[in-house]
Design a protein around this ligand. Structure first.
Ligand code: SF4
Length: 188
């Protein structure tokens, strides 16, 4: 039987959903016989493939780069899974939504962050304010993935429990659209 191709990606998330994916433990070994993992933070591919059967997307859409990224992924994906609460509701990234973008950036990168300057001997020689010129341009609000592209499966949880992730992947492998039911819930 041909293997299905899988990708995972994260937008504005904490990587906790991917950690939960790794927590499915020995099932990963079973899946290795049935799945080709083509792209994502767990493998080395740098360019999203022309087509994958299933993509798990962690995180909210928070920047213009996220929006372009998810639109590209949608075009090249058979079934798109909103993977975790941040992808489904914006969740933690969405907590900034009631504040202006400039205020958020100043709070994080100026008011609350300093880096230690070291002299040639490695001793502290003062503090330097961080800059945020290289941070991707944030949208006014962090928003759920399905507000930008069609989503086929919603897998809630913060993060989704390993058993729910295993169930979703197993059902997709069987050619079924999974019914999550009681296996996971928002905030779980
Ligand atoms: S849903 Fe929870 S675990 Fe997943 S990326 Fe968001 S904050 Fe992290």
């Amino acid at each position: 039987m041909a293997k299905i191709t899988l990708a995972t990606t994260w937008l504005d998330g904490c990587s906790g959903c991917h950690m939960s994916l790794l927590d499915i433990d020995e099932l990963l070994l079973d899946l290795a016989d049935k799945i080709d993992l083509l792209y994502g933070p767990l493998v080395d591919g740098k360019i999203f493939p022309d087509h994958v059967d299933v993509t798990l997307v962690e995180g909210a859409v928070s920047s213009e780069a996220d929006r372009k990224n998810i639109e590209n992924i949608r075009d090249k994906t058979g079934l798109l899974v909103s993977f975790g609460d941040c992808a489904i509701t914006a969740n933690v990234p969405g907590m900034r939504n009631r504040h202006p973008v400039e205020a958020v950036l100043n709070r994080v990168y100026v008011e609350n962050a300093e880096t230690t300057l070291l002299d040639k001997g490695g001793e502290s020689s003062g503090m330097e304010k961080m800059t945020f010129h290289t941070v991707p341009r944030l949208c006014r609000m962090a928003r759920p993935v399905h507000e930008f592209v069609k989503v086929d499966v919603f897998l809630p949880g913060c993060p989704p429990p390993p058993a729910a992730i295993a169930f979703v992947i197993t059902e997709l492998l069987a050619g079924k659209i999974p019914e999550i039911g009681q296996l996971s819930r928002f905030g779980a």
